[in-house]
Design a protein around this ligand. Structure first.
Ligand SMILES: [Mn+2]
Length: 326
């Protein structure tokens, strides 16, 4: 067992270090420094532990997601200047790019309205600072205010990568919950197109929801089509040079690689398929925002799922860094 550091001695040796409370219990996200605003940076992470709850579904299991990802990447972060073989380069460039971690929003499990206000305001503030917002939820209701925060900017294409299409008008009388994410997004005037990749199995959608999505013009590429036709089955729906906001529900990954979600199911994407899709989007268009949701830390087996989720986020950060230099 490792010897515990002598806390009093450490404090005495570094009297000017910020308190543990001020610094946050967890490390900053890999590739970032902690900050209070996104000013002067090109990308900004924040955690959104809770969104809009359903009366009968506990949203608290998602609250630790961002911290679990920060923790899982702690080891890699020490080697951030090493060669990253996924890219054939270093993960991030030497200079000309900086990303910050704004920490976790002070959301509360049952305060849907307040949580939405905080998420939307934070997203907007990051965009106003000229940076790309990166949110780690929370359940899949957290992207609703995240996407709302893009109002007033250029039209966006949402690329929703998810095992479920989330087009319910309401569920349990709640219209802002995680089964209604794309339905609410479709009502936002700045949302120009919705592309939905990876739907599989049975979810909250019935035929009526599928008809509504197709009727609106959502481009739905189910998992079966994605597995058959590859990344191009999705990329063909993305206009060159468009601004894409990626809304990733981690349950799109196969349950064997991502058991740590609320609703794991078989037949999903591999890590390489997902990161290949993200690379394809970054090559053809511009990543204007990224939300990653539905992680459940206590269902993680050995921290491997948190590392998988973290590496997906690092892939996104890599592409954002590249696009901000061109
Ligand atoms: Mn889902």
């Amino acid at each position: 067992m490792a010897k515990k550091p002598a806390r009093k001695a450490a404090r005495a040796a570094a009297p000017k270090a910020p308190s543990r409370k001020a610094a946050g219990r967890n490390p900053a996200m890999m590739g970032t420094t902690r900050a209070k605003s996104a000013k002067g940076s090109q990308a900004a992470f924040f955690g959104a532990p809770h969104g809009t709850p359903y009366r009968t579904i506990d949203n608290r299991p998602h609250a630790a997601s961002a911290d679990a990802v920060r923790e899982a990447l702690k080891g890699d972060a020490l080697w951030i200047d090493h060669w990253d073989f996924d890219f054939g380069s270093r993960l991030l460039p030497d200079e000309g790019f900086s990303a910050v971690d704004l920490g976790n929003l002070p959301t509360r499990p049952k305060d849907g309205r307040g949580n939405r206000r905080k998420i939307e305001a934070t997203t907007r503030a990051i965009l106003d600072a000229g940076a790309v917002p990166i949110m780690i939820g929370g359940d899949d209701s957290t992207p609703i205010p995240f996407l709302a925060g893009f109002a007033g900017g250029p039209p966006i294409t949402i690329v929703q990568i998810d095992a479920h299409i989330d087009w319910r008008e309401e569920r349990e009388g709640e219209p802002m919950g995680f089964s209604s994410t794309m339905r609410r997004a479709s009502e936002m005037s700045h949302v120009w197109r919705i592309v939905q990749a990876g739907a599989r199995g049975i979810g909250s959608a019935r035929q009526g929801e599928v008809d509504a999505a197709i009727g609106w013009g959502a481009r739905i590429v189910p998992g079966t089509a994605f597995h058959r036709d590859g990344v191009d089955s999705v990329l063909r729906h993305i206009e060159p040079e468009s601004t894409c906001v990626i809304s990733l529900d981690l349950d799109v990954l196969d349950s064997s690689v991502m058991p740590a979600v609320a609703y794991p199911s078989p037949g999903g994407m591999s890590f390489l398929q997902l990161t290949g899709l993200i690379a394809g989007i970054a090559e053809k268009a511009r990543i204007g925002g990224f939300a990653m949701v539905e992680f459940v830390a206590k269902k993680d087996l050995h921290g491997t799922a948190a590392l998988t989720a973290g590496r997906v986020a690092m892939h996104v950060l890599h592409h954002i860094a590249r696009q901000s230099r061109t």
